[in-house]
Ligand binder design. Structure first.
Ligand SMILES: *Cc1c(COP(=O)(O)O)cnc(C)c1O
Length: 222
């Protein structure tokens, strides 16, 4: 049962937070629902989850538009690769874009937010891993943060990063420490690091938002 997995996961995360001397309220869980059917999202919502992450615009619109029309209030975060030609539609649909990794995409997103008549919260996506294709390199992050802040209709809230795919737990921790250091330079309130396989290292490095998919929903249907 999804509700049981959610409860078990919350308890485990809380134990880790306490072990780090952190307050349980200092961390949010974003349920990554990509490739999961609408029924699973409804179940997660019923279990109390309110933050959801999706990677693809069309899939996100197909699932979350009906939920909103029913009067449910999920907060939708876009965590997939941000294509400039889809930025306007994404800006109109979601509550936050976590994957702003270059100036061109920030400009397109800012224009889309303006057209939608809103100020859109965003995160700067940082690349801390040789196995990750996207994201801005740490050295370039302060400059990109400046460019994002120059967009009147975007509000930069922090940093998102995907950890390295490796069995070396020390390398994962080191990458997350680097993300935390860059987050301190960029500023904001949200450090979105940690997924199903590396959330403990992320919590220890100071994550304020875990993005959890398979550990909550089970393996993604292919
Ligand atoms: C798919 C995805 C996740 C969730 O991954 P799990 O390993 O299933 O928890 C988190 N963040 C991003 C950017 C993703 O694409």
């Amino acid at each position: 049962m999804l509700a049981e997995r959610v409860a078990a996961m919350r308890a485990e995360i809380e134990r880790e937070l306490v072990a780090c001397g952190r307050a349980p309220e200092s961390l949010a869980i974003l349920a990554v629902s990509k490739k999961q059917p609408l029924a699973a999202i409804r179940e997660a919502y019923a279990a109390g989850l309110r933050l959801f992450g999706e990677n693809y615009l069309q899939e996100a619109a197909e699932k979350f538009t009906p939920l909103r029309e029913e009067g449910l209030a999920p907060q939708l975060h876009f965590i997939g690769h941000l294509q400039s030609n889809k930025a306007a539609k994404i800006a109109a649909l979601v509550d936050c874009v976590q994957s702003v990794d270059r100036e061109e995409a920030a400009i397109a997103l800012g224009r889309g937010a303006e057209r939608a008549g809103r100020t859109l919260p965003v995160l700067l996506q940082l690349n801390i891993s040789p196995s990750e294709r996207f994201g801005c390199l740490p050295d370039e992050a302060p400059r990109l943060a400046e460019r994002i802040r120059a967009q009147a209709h975007l509000r930069l809230d922090g940093v998102m990063a995907v950890g390295p795919i490796t069995a070396d737990r020390g390398a994962i921790s080191a990458a997350f420490e680097q993300a935390a250091k860059t987050f301190a330079l960029v500023g904001g309130t949200t450090l979105s690091i940690g997924m199903s396989g590396d959330w403990r290292e992320a919590v220890r490095a100071g994550s304020t938002m875990l993005r959890i998919g398979s550990a909550l929903f089970g393996a993604r249907p292919s």
